[in-house]
Structure formats: structure tokens, C-alpha cells
Write a protein that binds this ligand. Structure first.
Ligand SMILES: [Zn+2]
Length: 228
């Protein structure tokens, strides 16, 4: 009994001490809530993964992003298809044309990529910010490559977005199909976007992966890691 009392006292003292410890700075704290504006660090992926397990926390982080979104109800749309914590994105930090649906976690990845990769790369390579993303859509209840059999695509659960091009503030248009093959600033810009996306998404596929991706980047969140 005395030992138990001593143990309780010890835990109490330790907890009290901990409460007085100053909070760890963000970049040293793997448990800190993800900040979209903070420069990426070694714990960014850990903080992103934490949002997979916590829909409410994910929405709170997404609210930091300069995005206009509408909440969509969870629903099953077919075998292996459906929405779980999905938003309809009307506008991100840039115009997006037709709205598209994404899981909260993929939307957070997109916000990070726009903030820390897309806009810095546009300014560095092309001297103008991006004002618009051109996309091929996100949600589709289908298998990988639209095959009749095989596993479901990450598109089937709104965990993936296909991006085909960009319009700059100065009006210039860059297309994955036309500009990836070159070796000028447009191609360098696109390579930086692809490589940078690997920091925030799980699978990143582009023209170097296969012919099916010659005209777009596929960015997704899910179980498979790829960066090609
Ligand atoms: Zn895709």
C-alpha cells in the first residue's frame, strides 16, 4: 500500500513538472498540430499521418488553408467506392475551374503543396505566381487505369487528383503534355512540382511513369508510396 502511495505521488510530481515545461518549438515537436504555413520539416509526414486517424483534427487543419470548400456527407457510392470525410473544393489558393471532391487529408496535402512547392517554384522558374490549376478531376468510382478488374483506384475514394496544367498570373499557360518533354524553364518548373509533391502525397505519378500519365500528374493519399 505504501509503495502504491509512493508511486501515485511520484506520477503526480512528474505530471506537475511536465505541466511547467515550456511547450516544445513546432519544428522539434512531432505531436504538434500540423501548420500549413510552417516550413516543412522532418515531422511533417508524421503530422499529416495523424490527421488520417482524426477527421475532426483534419478539418481544423484544413480550415487554416485559403480554400473554399463545402462539406460532403459520408456515403458509399459502390463496391469499394465512396466518401469518408470528403470536401468539395470550389477554390484553393488559386482558381481551379470546375469544383472537385477530395478527402480532407488529400486536401491538406494539396494546400501544403501549393504553399510550399507550387508558388515558390513558379516564382523561381517563371517569375510569376500561379493563378489557376487545370485539372482532370478527382473522384471516380473506378479501378486503376479504368480496368474492368483489379484494385480500386485512389480516385474511387476521392483520395486522388489529376492535374494537367497551370495558368500564371501573367497569362502564360503551362501544360504537362506539351511542356514536360522540353529542357527549358517550363520543364524545370514541372519537374520541381512533381518532386515537391512527393513530400506531401503518397503516390505521385507523371509522364516519366507511363504513357497513361503523359498529360497529367496524379497525386494521391493512400497506402502506396511512389514518386515517378
Ligand atoms: Zn489519377
Amino acid at each position: 500500500m505504501l509503495l502504491l502511495l509512493l508511486a501515485v505521488l511520484l506520477v503526480h510530481v512528474l505530471l506537475q513538472r511536465q505541466a511547467r515545461w515550456p511547450e516544445l518549438p513546432y519544428r522539434w515537436n512531432p505531436w504538434a498540430t500540423l501548420r500549413i504555413d510552417a516550413a516543412p520539416d522532418r515531422f511533417t509526414r508524421m503530422r499529416l499521418a495523424a490527421l488520417d486517424r482524426d477527421p475532426v483534427a483534419c478539418r481544423a487543419v484544413l480550415a487554416q488553408a485559403p480554400m473554399r470548400v463545402r462539406t460532403l456527407p459520408d456515403r458509399i457510392t459502390g463496391a469499394g467506392c465512396g466518401f469518408d470525410n470528403v470536401v468539395e473544393i470550389v477554390h484553393t489558393s488559386v482558381e481551379v475551374g470546375p469544383s472537385f471532391s477530395l478527402t480532407c487529408r488529400a486536401a491538406v496535402s494539396l494546400a501544403l503543396w501549393e504553399r510550399h512547392v507550387l508558388q515558390p517554384a513558379a516564382l523561381a522558374h517563371l517569375g510569376s505566381a500561379v493563378s489557376r490549376i487545370e485539372h482532370f478531376g478527382s473522384y471516380a468510382c473506378r479501378n486503376v487505369y479504368g480496368r474492368a478488374t483489379g484494385r480500386r483506384s485512389q480516385h474511387a475514394t476521392a483520395d486522388a487528383l489529376d492535374i494537367a496544367g497551370f495558368v500564371l498570373r501573367d497569362g502564360e499557360r503551362i501544360r504537362v503534355l506539351a511542356d514536360w518533354p522540353g529542357d527549358g524553364p517550363h520543364a524545370a518548373f514541372l519537374r520541381t512540382l512533381r518532386d515537391g509533391a512527393c513530400e506531401y502525397f503518397d503516390a505521385v505519378l507523371g509522364p516519366e511513369y507511363n504513357a497513361a500519365h503523359s498529360d497529367h500528374f496524379h497525386f494521391d493519399r493512400g497506402g502506396f508510396r511512389a514518386c515517378r
